[in-house]
Design a protein. Structure first.
Length: 147
């Protein structure tokens, strides 16, 4: 028995993605403009802790050397590429569901983060990015001395 996923509006979604790609590529001009094309999006969890934020991104099958994490002007960007062997039409594949290609995610960070302390590590197909918060300045009471 074959399982067939029913998506009645799938063709509309695909058309919208194709139009977005086409318009985005045509609208880019100049050396500084970059059109980011993403073939797939990794699922992420974002958690706020007392001393910072933690982002977990599911990127199984991605070589850590192919992952780039950058922080620029308050925007954290995770980009990379999952490489798979070429799948020929006549190679006997019945179903191909694993996504491959380039991916990226952008996250706007609050002003309270300490950019110099951002750390990233990759364990068992999960990328963990730790973003510390700046220490908060506590109000200080100033004693008034009598003259």
């Amino acid at each position: 028995m074959n399982v067939i996923r029913y998506a009645p509006w799938g063709f509309v979604t695909r058309l919208q993605q194709d139009l977005d790609d086409l318009i985005g590529a045509a609208g880019a001009s100049g050396e500084d403009s970059r059109v980011d094309a993403s073939d797939w999006l990794p699922a992420v969890d974002i958690k706020e802790e007392n001393n910072g934020f933690v982002i977990h991104a599911d990127v199984p099958g991605v070589d850590p050397k192919d992952i780039e994490v950058t922080l620029d002007k308050g925007v954290l960007t995770i980009r990379g590429q999952r490489r798979v062997d070429a799948r020929a039409e006549g190679a006997g594949y019945r179903r191909v569901e694993r996504l491959s290609g380039k991916f990226f995610r952008h996250f706007s960070l609050p002003d309270t983060v300490a950019a110099e302390g951002v750390e990233a590590k990759y364990v068992n197909g999960v990328l963990e990015v730790r973003i510390p918060k700046q220490p908060q300045v506590q109000p200080r009471r100033i004693e008034v001395a009598a003259a």
